[in-house]
Design a protein around this ligand. Structure first.
Ligand code: FAM
Length: 428
């Protein structure tokens, strides 16, 4: 942990030097102009944020520091958190020390379990995760220290404390949500000898959980960790934290955005889609039948889940990493086979659909992740976005720690009315 803190400090110094250099070149330099289309079009393509944890290149996908998805996909989530915060991988002794530190912080308060147990049985697990984290807000170290009166330069240090406290509790909290919502409600204790992903895999208590399932959970928690700063959940979390609402508020808010079907919920939508195809056509499914089903879906006004992206313009390398796992561990699984057939058919259809208006016809990470989980008996789709959320919290934490360490101000862009825009157009 001390190593992590030191390396974050080094990274902040480096990033601050870069910002000083950028400002010295001219604070008024124009990076991006805003069109009327962008104002009404979800700000797509507008370069208006700096995020130093990760970067999504439209053609090569997610990069963390200098590393591509392929470079980091075999690592542990703990190492990825270090990488997000510091821009480099930790030394080999980090994992053991970090585990010891997290082991001191794991216990989820009883009042959180009481709250989660009293929710109606059909509460969505994402609501439970968001509420579970929000319920612990009174534990925020940042909030307590802020109330005492701390220097702005210390904000990130107490936010790091909050981050470690939340991250340590996530396997227990997320697995507990699964056990309460879908199991017998009995919690499986945390095992201090297992790593972060191994603990989550183990505490879910699935009948088929073994080494391969732990490997899938590790990969899952690595691949979903961060996706630069402008996506709904990361941006929401950053906006909330920029008001100096502590990490518990910011994480919960980010998760609420992740819960939408166009964002994190797409993985569960995608598996439902695949299972409907399986139900209708069974084992002998042909590409022609897949094509027919895809057109039927589009003609009914629905999107094809797992395809398209606001930034990417190629097959998501995270999809490719999961496909590689699928080829090794579940090549004969029916859902995985359908995933492959969809991959063979959907891009060709989306390329020309609606006169080619789909900006990216290629699959994103959600097109395959559900099939893999399903193969291992994790058949509660509603739970999939919780796993996405557990991973993405690493990114929320890292983004907020760095932003506070760089003294970034409250986020407050300007909005205008239609009338303001019409008047502006008339002035031309
Ligand atoms: N199927 C059908 N139509 C699609 C489509 C898809 N998969 N992807 C985009 N389009 C349509 C889109 O609905 C829009 O049509 P309208 O103008 O009629 O509304 C048009 O193509 C242009 O949209 P775009 O510029 O290509 O995409 P956006 O940047 O607006 O939206 C997505 C990006 C991801 C929300 C969109 O591609 C989508 O809805 N995909 C399916 C849901 C999904 O997989 N979401 C997961 C995204 C993932 F990366 C994540 O956050 N986990």
């Amino acid at each position: 942990m001390s190593n992590l803190k030191e390396e974050i400090r080094n990274n902040l110094n480096k990033l601050q030097d870069e910002i000083n250099f950028i400002f010295a070149q001219g604070r008024d330099t124009v990076l991006s102009e805003v069109t009327v289309g962008q104002v009404y079009g979800g700000m797509r393509g507008l370069t208006a944020l700096a995020c130093n944890t990760s970067y999504v290149d439209p053609y090569s996908g997610l990069h963390i520091g200098e590393y591509t998805t392929e470079d980091f996909s075999s690592r542990l989530p703990e190492e990825i958190f270090f990488l997000l915060c510091t821009g480099k991988f930790p030394e080999s002794d980090f994992i053991g020390k970090f585990r010891e530190d997290l082991n001191q912080r794991t216990s989820v308060p009883e009042y959180t379990w009481n709250l989660l147990r009293t929710l109606p049985k059909d509460t969505h697990p994402m609501t439970m995760l968001s509420l579970g984290i929000l319920s612990m807000e009174k534990e925020s170290v940042f909030k307590k220290e802020y109330q005492k009166g701390i220097q702005k330069s210390q904000y990130w240090e107490y936010t790091l404390e909050d981050a470690l406290n939340v991250i340590a509790k996530l396997p227990e909290l997320a697995a507990g949500i699964y056990r309460i919502r879908f199991g017998d409600g009995n919690l499986i204790p945390h095992n201090p000898d297992l790593d972060w992903a191994g603990n989550l895999a183990n505490m879910l208590g699935l009948p088929n959980s073994g080494k391969d399932f732990s490997e899938l959970i590790r990969l899952y928690l690595v691949l979903h960790c961060d996706h630069e700063g402008g996506n709904v959940s990361a941006f929401t979390s950053r906006v909330v934290n920029s008001a100096l609402s502590d990490l518990y508020y910011a994480i919960s808010a980010g998760l609420n955005g992740l819960a939408g079907p166009l964002h994190g919920l797409a993985n569960q939508e995608c598996l439902k889609f695949i299972l409907k195809i399986d139900d209708r056509y069974g084992d002998s499914l042909t590409e022609e039948e897949v094509r027919k089903y895809v057109f039927e879906t589009l003609d009914s006004g629905k999107v094809i889940p797992g395809y398209g992206h606001a930034v990417l313009r190629v097959t998501d390398p995270r999809f490719t990493a999961f496909m590689k796992f699928g080829d090794t561990y579940c090549a004969e699984n029916n859902c995985f086979k359908i995933t492959k057939k969809l991959f063979a058919v959907v891009p060709g259809i989306l390329k020309t659909y609606k006169g080619g208006k789909v900006a990216n016809p290629w699959p994103n990470v959600d097109a395959v992740s559900g099939s893999l989980l399903y193969n291992f008996g994790l058949d509660q789709f509603d739970y999939y976005t919780v796993l996405f959320g557990v991973s993405r919290i690493l990114g929320f934490c890292a983004q907020n720690i760095l932003a506070l360490g760089l003294g970034q101000p409250i986020i407050r862009p300007k909005s205008v009315t239609n009338k303001w825009i019409i008047d502006k157009l008339r002035e031309r």
